[in-house]
Design a protein around this ligand. Structure first.
Ligand SMILES: *[C@@H]1O[C@H](CO)[C@@H](O)[C@H](O)[C@H]1NC(C)=O
Ligand SMILES: *[C@@H]1O[C@H](CO)[C@@H](O)[C@H](O)[C@H]1NC(C)=O
Ligand SMILES: *[C@@H]1O[C@H](CO)[C@@H](O)[C@H](O)[C@H]1NC(C)=O
Ligand SMILES: *[C@@H]1O[C@H](CO)[C@@H](O)[C@H](O)[C@H]1NC(C)=O
Ligand SMILES: *[C@@H]1O[C@H](CO)[C@@H](O)[C@H](O)[C@H]1NC(C)=O
Ligand SMILES: *[C@@H]1O[C@H](CO)[C@@H](O)[C@H](O)[C@H]1NC(C)=O
Ligand SMILES: *[C@@H]1O[C@H](CO)[C@@H](O)[C@H](O)[C@H]1NC(C)=O
Ligand SMILES: *[C@@H]1O[C@H](CO)[C@@H](O)[C@H](O)[C@H]1NC(C)=O
Length: 465
């Protein structure tokens, strides 16, 4: 009798595949690793881990994905920022290193995970995504962080890391011709976020070219020194450069104009000084520009941008006189903050090309005359209007107060008339130091919101006679 060997093979193959399908259960190592993680958690009030039960298939547990041979490929536990009880207290068990096939670890917004940087992450060779954000991890970022060369995204935002940014971190970002030839492996870190920590020292200055980095977030730390020159090598692809809320100083470098793909530039609340380079005008794709709270001087360069979405130049040493044309003509602007920018215009004559998207306008501390009545008549979704310390002169009762408005600050102007009923629904109001008169409608605001007027009366000021 002839034995049909290939048929037997086919049979064997089919039954093995069938066996795998029917007994789909996670690998014992993966289950052990995840249960060890769970036992490191002491509080889980919203039950993020309630489906993690020994003896059940861990691939079905909340936050677990198994995409390769029933092995765990991603661990994703995400708390909601607006739900304070979605948090986990505890530390990240190093037993997780048994998840050999892990490709991404996402522990986001769990608020109360603590401990040091999880060193076991160095033990993975397939790990591409690390998002350990908005927790309470502390200590230093390891000096050898640059060893994680296979990473495509690293975010440690919103923790309590201290110490310096290890210079080896630039190894994650570089993609040199040499690497290409020698290893035949492209390194594609596209996101590096270390914002909202307590990092000190300077920004490392050995970034290399041919990089794929699109997002660099270092804001809300305590970094000092200049913007290093090697950052210019990130120019071709970088879209988000966020360095705000640090102690960086020096001039804004000329090379920033080379960042042709830049969408968002945040340099706010640092100690930058001097004038902006003319090359700034070449940032044709910039949508969000925040330079507020520095010591930058005139002149502000002419920008060749097609449309700006949000602009904040407040609290520098600018004397813009007029709102720049490229701002007025923007078809997509929603946030305009030009407080203390030396504006000397008549607001009645401000005719922006678009008013539909505006949700925030701050023109405080300028020499603006005229009236905002026409402008606010056309901003249907405005949330905040701040214009204290100007020379605005108009009847407050003719100001349209849209349903979306939450903040209105007109203090220290020349506003007259009565306080309209419509203000009672606002969250913040300040009409102090104007020429208002008459009874204040029922409201919840402090007296300092109304003082310094000609003849306002009624709560919270003394009663009317
Ligand atoms: C966070 O953890 C600490 C102990 O580490 C604990 O006292 C606290 O209750 C936890 N929960 C929150 C919401 O902070
Ligand atoms: C990091 O890389 C260096 C050099 O490649 C090596 O000597 C070191 O052992 C590595 N460290 C870790 C924690 O992998
Ligand atoms: C950057 O410089 C530091 C020392 O200054 C060095 O340890 C690190 O390896 C360098 N990184 C790269 C990518 O060359
Ligand atoms: C890196 O990106 C390039 C294109 O930008 C792509 O061809 C390559 O596959 C990526 N490499 C990895 C390891 O993802
Ligand atoms: C803007 O870019 C063009 C072409 O890339 C270049 O010729 C010009 O010098 C740049 N302008 C400034 C002010 O850097
Ligand atoms: C502002 O402009 C309006 C409209 O053009 C005009 O009626 C008004 O007198 C101007 N106000 C001042 C202070 O120049
Ligand atoms: C406000 O808009 C309405 C129409 O939407 C118009 O009738 C009115 O004259 C406008 N008022 C001012 C002061 O522009
Ligand atoms: C209102 O504005 C004045 C002057 O600008 C300020 O002193 C006061 O604290 C403000 N009050 C409120 C309630 O914002």
């Amino acid at each position: 009798m002839k034995f049909n060997f290939s048929l037997l093979l086919l049979f064997l193959f089919l039954s093995i595949s069938l066996l795998q399908l029917t007994s789909a259960a996670c690998h014992a190592d993966d289950e052990a690793a995840l249960l060890a993680f769970k036992s490191g958690i002491t509080q889980d009030p919203s039950g993020l881990l309630s489906s993690w039960k020994s003896g059940t298939d861990c691939c079905t547990w909340a936050g677990i994905n198994c995409l390769v041979n029933n092995r765990v490929t991603s661990l994703s536990l995400v708390g909601q920022p607006d739900k304070p009880n979605t948090f986990l207290t505890g530390t990240i068990s190093s037993t997780l290193v048994k998840l050999k096939y892990l490709d991404g670890i996402y522990l986001q917004n769990l608020k109360n995970l603590s401990g040091k940087f999880p060193d076991f992450l160095f033990g993975f060779s397939n790990l591409k995504y690390i998002y350990i954000e908005h927790n309470k991890l502390s200590g230093q970022i390891p000096a050898n962080i640059g060893n994680l060369t296979q990473l495509e995204a690293l975010s440690l935002s919103g923790n309590q890391f201290t110490g310096i940014i290890p210079s080896s971190i630039t190894k994650l970002i570089q993609l040199t011709q040499l690497n290409l030839d020698k290893m035949g492996k492209l390194k594609n870190l596209t996101l590096l976020s270390l914002d909202h920590n307590q990092l000190t020292g300077t920004i490392p200055n050995n970034f290399s070219s041919f990089t794929n980095l699109r997002i660099l977030r270092l804001s809300f730390n305590k970094l000092s020194g200049n913007i290093p020159s090697s950052i210019s090598l990130l120019a071709p692809k970088l879209q988000y450069l966020e360095l705000g809320h640090n102690a960086l100083s020096g001039k804004i470098p000329d090379f920033l104009g080379k960042f042709q793909a830049l969408d968002t530039l945040d340099l706010s609340r640092n100690k930058f000084s001097g004038t902006l380079p003319k090359s700034f005008g070449n940032l044709t794709k910039i949508f969000n520009l925040d330079l507020s709270y520095n010591s930058l001087n005139d002149p502000f360069p002419v920008m060749n941008v097609k449309g700006i979405e949000s602009l904040d130049l407040s609290y520098n040493n600018f004397h813009l006189k007029q709102i720049p044309k490229w701002v007025i003509s923007s078809p997509i602007i929603y946030s305009l903050k030009l407080a203390k920018c030396g504006l000397q215009l008549n607001l009645s004559e401000f005719q922006p090309a678009e008013t539909y998207f505006y949700d925030y306008i701050d023109l405080s501390g300028n020499e603006i005359s005229g009236s905002p009545v026409g402008l606010l008549n056309r901003t249907d979704y405005l949330v905040g209007f701040l214009a204290s310390g100007n020379k605005l002169k108009f009847d407050l009762e003719s100001l349209r107060i849209v349903k979306t408005l939450k903040t209105l600050d007109l203090s220290r102007n020349l506003v007259y008339g009565k306080v309209p009923k419509g203000v009672s629904g606002l969250e913040k109001l300040n009409v102090s130091y104007n020429h208002l008169c008459g009874q204040i409608p029922a409201n919840k605001f402090a007296a300092s919101a109304f003082v310094g007027n000609d003849c306002l009366c009624g709560s919270p000021l003394p009663p009317c006679k």
